[in-house]
Write a protein that binds this ligand. Structure first.
Ligand SMILES: Nc1ncnc2c1ncn2[C@@H]1O[C@H](COP(=O)(O)OP(=O)(O)OP(=O)(O)O)[C@@H](O)[C@H]1O
Length: 308
């Protein structure tokens, strides 16, 4: 399958220190790919290089097989970009601004009007065509930002933290717009919020300290962070052997006399089986809770793995 975008050994150094090191990535399908990383991890640097607004120190970017450095004009025609700080002109109307952006994308004059109409309709801003951008709410400004990113019908759209600074309702609206525009193109979406990436993306690339520390499907990531242990507090705990007889239990660890951590593999019905056993065998269970791996812990584990 031909790749829509391919990053090869991408590294970038601002003055003395490296912001990203040896980033490799390939996207060949439509849908949303999440770029997850904490503040300063290297998301914006990667996206800016990918979109040709920053020149990498090392490595290559290919968009639809075109090398961004060798042929930036052609490569950029296939990319739409909404940077972290959307480049909106407050004193233009929505129509004026989007027409200007279409011109910047070197669209032929006769194609601009139909493209403008389509982008506005998809982004739900047609009724604000004549409104000055400064008079739009944050959510609508973001929609205009997304409209400028899709106006030239690119096969890849890159959105750098597009929900940052929006209120909860606006976040929901912008997320559903992003889902909609990803139905017929590839979208790279960055965020430092795991739940947002989990909600939207089918694939996840996790970046930490400038390096990709995890790259797989969302399902694989969820398996990784899903709880694999459960904490029990009992008045009358049985010996270890009794826990080990329960299907799925792989290890039992007494934390105190009455508190036990049970490790399990496979399905999530373990709680139900433990409760049933407790009732049948009189353990006098007081509390049961899934022992979720904290995201910080996951970041740490993954970062350590990648540096080994
Ligand atoms: N223009 C610059 N000059 C020097 N260092 C920079 C510059 N831009 C970014 N950096 C540094 O490069 C590293 C990566 O920054 P980058 O903005 O790519 O991260 P990020 O994941 O997008 O973070 P955020 O979500 O905070 O924007 C950080 O350590 C940052 O301080």
């Amino acid at each position: 399958m031909n790749s829509i975008v391919k990053l090869e050994h991408l590294s970038h150094r601002y003055t003395s220190s490296w912001a990203i090191r040896d980033i490799n990535m390939e996207i060949s399908q439509t849908g949303i790919v999440g770029l997850l990383g904490s503040n300063g991890a290297g998301k914006s640097t990667t996206m800016n290089i990918l979109c040709g607004v920053l020149n990498q120190t090392e490595g290559n970017v290919f968009v639809n097989g075109i090398n961004m450095r060798e042929n930036p004009e052609l490569a950029k025609q296939a990319i739409g970009f909404l940077p972290q700080h959307p480049p909106l002109y407050m004193d233009l109307t929505v129509d004026e601004y989007l027409t200007y952006c279409a011109g910047l994308r070197l669209m032929p004059k006769e194609k601009i009007q139909p493209a403008l109409k389509e982008a506005k309709e998809r982004c739900g801003i047609a009724h604000y065509s004549q409104r000055l951008i400064r008079n739009l709410s944050g959510g609508y400004r973001q929609r205009v930002g997304i409209a400028q990113a899709i106006i030239h019908r690119p096969s890849l759209v890159v959105l750098d933290e597009p929900t940052n600074g929006l209120d909860p309702n606006q976040i929901i609206e912008v997320r559903s717009l992003i889902k909609e525009i990803a139905t017929d193109r590839a979208v790279i979406f960055s965020s430092h919020i795991l739940s947002e990436i989990q909600l939207l993306c089918k694939e996840i690339k996790m970046i930490e300290s400038g390096r990709i520390v995890f790259a797989d499907t969302m399902d694989a990531f969820n398996n990784y962070v899903e709880p694999h242990s459960v904490l029990l507090h009992m008045e009358n705990p049985p010996p270890v052997a009794a826990f080990m007889e329960i299907a799925g239990v792989t290890k039992t660890e007494f934390l105190t006399e009455r508190q036990v951590r049970i490790y399990f593999s496979g399905d999530q019905d373990i709680s139900e089986r433990l409760i049933t056993a407790s009732v049948q065998q009189g353990w006098r269970l007081r509390e049961i809770s899934l022992d979720k791996t904290a995201l910080d812990e996951v970041f740490k584990q993954l970062s350590n793995q990648s540096s080994q």
